[in-house]
Design a protein around this ligand. Structure first.
Ligand SMILES: [Zn+2]
Ligand SMILES: [Zn+2]
Length: 265
């Protein structure tokens, strides 16, 4: 069955989810694997608490759960790195010496503006322009952080979660040239395309994103719930795996030691 490749535990500043409770829930749901992708987000505007944590504590707990549940479920070490142009050096120093199975590169802030806190969109914003600005920032960040060798590009359409337009959905056709560049870039770097089901709780996924990624030669799709609590683990995975299959993909991927592993849908 499925791998949920994007779950937060209490090591994330914005989650209180106990790791073992999450593992037991994943087993109950019949998942084959779960990746704990806690936030490393340096200089996160508006938060007093820093979005980073002690990796030694993380690995100690994760490895003990791996030992305990290895016959039942695959537990994957992972980190979701928050990308901003000025935090490359500090992020690199914090992560130095630690090896994760899976690394997500995500853009949460756009020139210090945080959409989650309502600080990104302005009342007179035009949807296509504001989404485009997000995509440009995301693409620029991916290139700046090239040396990090990400395994996936986190939530490409993250920005729609906090938008409030008449139609806030994110359409491939509105950004086709830039999205083609992004897709070609990630394909050339073996960076997977994350389908993050949390985003689609609010707006539907434009299937053209998937079909265009495939047309350009993309195969690596990961499925993540971005759960910060128990109820969200593997949310809507049956629905979105079927959509991915209908778009012509035969496999979903998990990662181990930074290498993709195919699982038939
Ligand atoms: Zn994220
Ligand atoms: Zn996340």
């Amino acid at each position: 069955m499925f791998y949920d490749m994007h779950v937060h535990s209490k090591f994330s500043t914005d989650s209180t989810l106990d790791m073992e409770t999450a593992v037991l829930k994943a087993i109950e749901l019949g998942l084959s694997g779960i990746a704990f992708t806690d936030h490393l987000d340096v200089d996160f505007t508006d938060y007093e608490d820093e979005f980073h944590y002690d990796f030694n504590d993380y690995f100690m707990l994760l490895n003990s759960l791996k030992d305990k549940y290895s016959k039942t479920i695959d537990i994957i070490s992972a980190v979701e790195i928050g990308l901003q142009p000025h935090v490359i050096e500090e992020t690199s120093q914090l992560i130095d010496g630690f090896t994760f199975d899976y690394v997500i590169g995500s853009t949460h802030l756009i020139k210090h503006r945080d959409p989650y806190c309502g600080k990104y969109f302005r009342p007179d914003d035009i949807k296509i322009q504001s989404y485009n600005e997000y995509l440009e920032e995301l693409f620029n960040n991916l290139k700046l952080f090239d040396a990090f060798n990400f395994n996936t590009m986190g939530h490409l359409d993250y920005i729609v979660r906090y938008a409030n337009f008449d139609d806030s959905a994110f359409y491939y056709n509105d950004h086709s040239a830039l999205l083609d560049e992004i897709f070609k870039y990630i394909i050339s770097k073996d960076i997977s395309f994350e389908i993050n089901t949390s985003t689609y709780l609010k707006q539907p996924l434009d299937k053209k994103l998937l079909t265009r990624y495939k047309e350009l030669g993309g195969e690596l799709i990961t499925l993540g719930s971005d759960a910060h609590n128990l109820d969200r683990i593997a949310k809507n995975f049956k629905l979105y795996s079927q959509i991915i299959k209908d778009c012509g993909f035969k496999y979903l991927f998990s990662f181990k030691d930074g290498k993709p592993i195919a699982h038939k849908i």
